[in-house]
Design a protein around this ligand. Sequence first.
Ligand SMILES: *[C@@H]1O[C@H](CO)[C@@H](O)[C@H](O)[C@H]1NC(C)=O
Ligand SMILES: *[C@@H]1O[C@H](CO)[C@@H](O)[C@H](O)[C@H]1NC(C)=O
Ligand SMILES: *[C@@H]1O[C@H](CO)[C@@H](O)[C@H](O)[C@H]1NC(C)=O
Ligand SMILES: *[C@@H]1O[C@H](CO)[C@@H](O)[C@H](O)[C@H]1NC(C)=O
Ligand SMILES: *[C@@H]1O[C@H](CO)[C@@H](O)[C@H](O)[C@H]1NC(C)=O
Length: 763
Amino acid sequence: MAVGPYVGVGVILTVILTNFKCAGNVDVFDTKCQDDHLRIFVPLSGDVEPCFKAIGANGQFPITTDGGAQCGYSYSVYPMLAHAVLQASYFSCYTQNEDDLIFTFNFHLIMIDNDEEVVHNITKTCSPSHTWSHREVTCEKNYMEVSVQTDLPCPHTHTLTDVELASALPMAQEAATSAWQVMFLRQGEEPVVMSVHEAEDLGYFLAVTPGRVVFRTAYGQQHSTIDMVSGLAVEVIRPALFLRQRLTTMMVDLVAACTLDHEFHECALIWKTPTVMVPLVSDLSGFRSKQVDFDVNGKRLDPQMIEERGYTVDVGPEIVEVTIPYAAEGGTRKTFVMDNTYHEFYSVTLHYEHIFTTDNGTLENRLCQHTYMATPVLCHTPFTIDLTVLEDRVFTVYVGNFPFDVELVSVSLNGMVMTVPDATQNGYQVSKVTHDNDTYAYTVLVPFEDPIVSKLYFVEGVREYSLNINYTLRILPQEEYYFYLATVVAQIMDVYPPYFNGLCMEDGIKFRIDHQEFDHLWEAGVGPFPLTQELADTRGYIMNNDNQSLTLDVPLFTLGYMYEAVSLEQFLATFEILIRDAKSLEVVQSSAKTCQFATTALLVCSPDGIVTVVCDLSKAKPDAFPSQTSLLDTTCKPKEVDGTRVLYEFALNSCGTRVQITKDLVIYENEITFEESFTPEEKPVITRDSPYRVILRCIYPVHVVGRLFAERTFQSQTPGLGTLQIENPLKTPVTVPPKVETITTAPTSTQRPAKYVPLFSWS
Ligand SMILES: *[C@@H]1O[C@H](CO)[C@@H](O)[C@H](O)[C@H]1NC(C)=O
Ligand SMILES: *[C@@H]1O[C@H](CO)[C@@H](O)[C@H](O)[C@H]1NC(C)=O
Ligand SMILES: *[C@@H]1O[C@H](CO)[C@@H](O)[C@H](O)[C@H]1NC(C)=O
Ligand SMILES: *[C@@H]1O[C@H](CO)[C@@H](O)[C@H](O)[C@H]1NC(C)=O
Ligand SMILES: *[C@@H]1O[C@H](CO)[C@@H](O)[C@H](O)[C@H]1NC(C)=O
């Protein structure tokens, strides 16, 4: 970076323009001459990072993203934006300069294409669109550059209006030799003087072009300071280049100052700079602002554009402030999926140009500041609101809020994947909720009863419904997918014990129940006994159990009936099926059916020891007159009679009832007897040994009969088994009906025995 090559040397260089053809990749890069630099834009695909090499007459220079500041190259790779940008100053090291008017750049762009290194030659010639100002200060991402017009090395007396600089002049005069020297001034400190070579070794760049002196430095060098100007941080460096010739000392003030920061605040990118960049203005009385301009992403802003895009540009007396709202037109909003989450950020490249004079309008200064501003990466994690109203029995799931460029592609409901139109067709309502702020959400409706919903018996009649929803979302237009999971659970008290519907038949009661999902939670039983096929077989019930329903035909007079309101015409029979909780065995439901039947014959032995019997005597030989019958105790007369039948009702410990006790049973026995015949002259005779007898028996198991003999009362835990035995000499003895078990008053005990022991095990 010698100063030499340009001094007084009219370098004429041939301009080589190379055209590129790159296999299958036409838009390799884009070059553009800007006001103070050449810009090369390279779109990226994949992870390949292109490399640049600057090619000059005096050698090659590899440009890296963190190098190149000293030489005037600013190279940035934006993987998320999928491009790389190289900006090269017109005064960059390897650029050919023709009279500060024509600048020829030469680069090698090295890209890896299918594992092969492809080298593109980039040659570009630019002429600045404006004539150079007296002083040009450029603030790039990685360097500050200043160039000052001068007719050096011709003797020149620079007007040193700056007090600080003027005071340093004697020192410069003393230190100056015929070689160029650089002096760095820092407020309140002794100036530091060094040779140009020494300065270059420290990373500074100094060059004399045909008409200008150029100085360049990276930020944060040891001779710069951070000053507060109008409340903003500004990096300032103040080098002066000087040469002593004979008795004159020539000195060029190369002060440069750049604003350092920008901010992201309340959803907007904000950039500020002092209106008067004080370090560049030695005498404020001579400051005249001529023009302030902005470019956003390469486009010059005009007032209409500013208004339309919602920017604000405020050039105040102290501060120039530009505010660009998030995602406003002109910037670059980038969205992508990372870690299965939607991410976005917004960036702009802002160029600020201020032309001003410092001496009441003669010498023009141009301050250019280039800033790349980006918001932090913002992520949008969806959230779920369960809007389910239990009473409606429909899952209502809200999921949001999605940015405008997200689309719901499909939903998976408990693992069943369907696109949104398919879901709608299948009867699941998926609707979009649009918000004012350019975001939106979805609600998905799925009824509890839908087969897709998982159902689980939770506890005590509470059923748990659950639905896992896997939303597949897509960012448009790049079609990046991500998904989001939501689980909703509803617990509702809706599991009820089953109920048997009873139907009165001619000869019994028919029960029926349709199987339901949680049948296993319950146990059906008759009295204390679980309703099993075995019980049904033992008792003569007819049970039909298939996978749809269960029917139970209970013939009249089988075990389990209760009878009441017995008259000769009719009686009521009730059969009850109890439903127990299968775990606690507590009775939770009763399905009882009472039917009215016509009375023929009947024997009821109640738990409280009352016997009710209806008997048809029409087959008796010789003929019996019902009204003339009695029990063993002849004072016990029928309660009701008709032409052929009698109805008796008596207590077990009365009417001459006989008791017989075996190891297991207590058997009570009485008989219906009648006067065989009577003539007017004969007295009626009770024919105990009558060939035709009706023997009534009530049989109770010993263990259920309490306080049998201690007191004269009777109490059984269960009804007794009654039998009617008719002894007819003309026929073989018959028992009618073969098995009669009855209850009249007390309800059947509902206490289920721990171990099932059939009460009456004979048949
Ligand atoms: C690119 O330039 C180099 C020299 O700088 C030369 O050797 C090479 O042949 C050129 N390639 C093309 C494709 O022009
Ligand atoms: C600019 O002009 C004003 C008067 O118009 C004068 O007071 C001031 O000194 C001038 N400043 C410069 C730097 O020429
Ligand atoms: C957009 O509006 C919705 C609904 O009013 C709200 O929930 C959400 O937080 C808003 N989003 C932003 C980014 O303001
Ligand atoms: C959700 O769906 C995506 C595909 O869209 C799949 O990759 C992911 O594994 C699913 N997640 C779960 C938990 O099922
Ligand atoms: C129920 O039984 C019928 C025949 O009895 C059979 O066709 C059907 O598949 C069964 N259903 C189930 C769910 O087992």
